[in-house]
Design a protein around this ligand. Structure first.
Ligand SMILES: Cc1cc2nc3c(=O)[nH]c(=O)nc-3n(C[C@H](O)[C@H](O)[C@H](O)COP(=O)(O)OP(=O)(O)OC[C@H]3O[C@@H](n4cnc5c(N)ncnc54)[C@H](O)[C@@H]3O)c2cc1C
Length: 451
């Protein structure tokens, strides 16, 4: 072998961004963005799905959440409230044994395998001809002369810049990055909303701790946490089979600052190590041989939100108000992470439902943009009841339907009645999933559940 021929190359002076073209560009591929992209493709749109991360899935994958909340109503006979293309993923994962229901927080949540979610998303995106643009950080937004329409989005990638031209845009970045770069006014909380570094332990004798209520852990964390360097003394722990348990037991600040967020991830992993040391010492039979199988990235609950034409208020959540422009329902509690040591929960009754107004997804100053997911307009405690992944799926569907219906017009002049007809599944229909037949375990406010 004499080696392969090579070409000598040198960077050219013209660094103009290569262009890509689509009908709809979705920024962010988490629960909201993935749903929006798949729904839009199903409606016949040519879709580009862009994400700063090198893989699809958003926090469902990168933060290793492992639990899908907000899909079902409350009470002893939970009904599914969220429908759409993501139904296919629920069915596929449950049938493959990669997702399983669990009673929690007076409803049902689904434990899921992070790898199975990611692979399902990748297969669907490839099979449906959606263009993935990964490792692509949105850094500029180009608007038309009126300033009200986004014309193009500029992304930085390791292989050079890409300009994406699109008729319409869904911002599912969690941070409202599109309106931010389009100089719109945004909201941030005056008090930080804390994030969490999730972890998966393996090598746990789960038989030895299968019946422990969360109080067993919380009592030990309160009694000895300071000694081991913990800052949070409550949270959630789910046995997920094969000697593994999923933990949501840390708290970190997640600032909109790259150095701060990098340090938060390191601090969160320190807290995970401290938990392992405490559990090994306190519960040697169950945790004596446990190890950390996986640390998540720093999971972000809330950063920037849009100023929509409507805002979801805590009062509307509590009262179950019915806004005339509602696009989804939800029963998840208010789950507020504002103090380091604990989490505030406000549970709702069996028949409770609250609704998200479409106006909370539309920044007033832009005509061809809808936001979905963590950056909709809501009071912080109200967002804490709709930011789990079930409602994020429904927001993605609402965004795709709305922008499809809008065409070249304005989302602010949409026929809302027609939109709600298209979203009737997520406003009226309820489904009793076959896989809930055998669901057992704890119920009521004391059962575990995380978001
Ligand atoms: C620790 C933690 C635990 C949670 N537990 C649960 C749970 O158990 N069950 C549940 O249902 N929900 C849970 N939640 C809530 C839920 O995970 C999130 O609110 C939900 O994932 C939000 O989805 P999203 O699609 O809005 O955004 P994300 O999943 O955050 O996705 C946003 C995507 O946008 C991309 N992005 C951001 N900025 C840019 C940019 N400039 N350019 C390109 N791409 C960009 C990001 O890389 C990311 O992939 C939890 C949240 C946290 C933080």
């Amino acid at each position: 072998m004499t080696g392969h021929p090579q070409t000598v190359t040198v960077r050219r002076g013209d660094d103009a961004a290569a262009e890509l073209d689509c009908d709809l560009c979705v920024v962010g591929s988490g629960a909201a963005g993935l749903s929006a992209a798949l729904e839009a493709q199903a409606l016949g749109e040519r879709v580009i799905l862009a994400d700063a991360a090198p893989q699809l899935g958003g926090q469902a994958i990168s933060a290793a959440l492992g639990t899908l909340c907000g899909l079902y109503s409350n009470g002893p006979d939970p009904q599914r409230l969220v429908h759409g293309v993501m139904d296919g993923m629920l069915r596929a994962l449950v049938e493959a044994g990669e997702a399983a229901p669990r009673r929690a927080r007076n409803t049902v949540i689904l434990d899921y395998s992070v790898n199975a979610w990611q692979r399902w998303a990748e297969r669907e995106v490839a099979a449906r001809g959606i263009t993935p643009l990964l490792g692509a950080v949105l850094r500029a937004v180009v608007r038309d002369g009126s300033g009200r329409r986004v014309e193009a989005l500029d992304f930085a990638t390791r292989f050079g810049d890409r300009r994406v031209r699109a008729r319409a845009v869904v911002d599912a970045s969690g941070d409202a990055v599109v309106p931010w770069l389009a100089d719109q006014e945004l909201r941030t909380a005056n008090q930080p909303i804390l994030g969490t570094v999730m972890a998966l332990f393996e090598g746990v004798d789960t038989a030895a701790c299968a019946d422990w209520p969360r109080a067993t852990y919380h009592e030990a964390m309160k009694r000895r946490g300071a000694e081991f360097g913990l800052v949070r003394f409550d949270g959630f722990i789910f046995p997920v089979g094969d000697g593994k348990v999923n933990l949501n037991l840390t708290h970190v600040e997640t600032p909109l600052d790259p150095v701060g967020l990098s340090l938060a991830a390191i601090e969160g992993r320190r807290q995970v190590d401290a938990l392992l040391a405490l559990f090994r010492d306190e519960f040697p039979k169950a945790y004596g041989r446990a190890r950390v199988a996986h640390y998540g990235q720093a999971g972000i609950r809330q950063t920037r939100m849009i100023l929509g034409t409507r805002r979801l208020t805590v009062e509307a959540v509590r009262s179950g108000a019915l806004p005339d422009d509602r696009v989804l329902r939800c029963s998840w509690p208010i789950e507020l992470h504002t103090t380091m040591d604990t989490t505030h929960w406000e549970m709702f009754a069996d028949d409770h439902l609250h609704h998200l107004p479409f106006g909370a997804m539309t920044p007033a100053g832009l005509d061809n943009l809808v936001v979905a997911g963590r950056c909709v307009d809501a009071e912080p405690a109200a967002l804490a009841s709709v930011r789990v992944m079930g409602p994020c799926f429904a927001m993605g569907r609402a965004a795709a339907e709305a922008l499809h219906q809008t065409g070249a017009g304005s989302v602010h002049q949409l026929d809302l009645g027609a939109l709600q007809k298209r979203l009737a599944d997520n406003l009226e229909r309820t489904t009793r999933d076959p896989w809930l037949g055998g669901v057992t375990g704890e119920s009521g406010p004391e059962a575990y559940g995380a978001g």
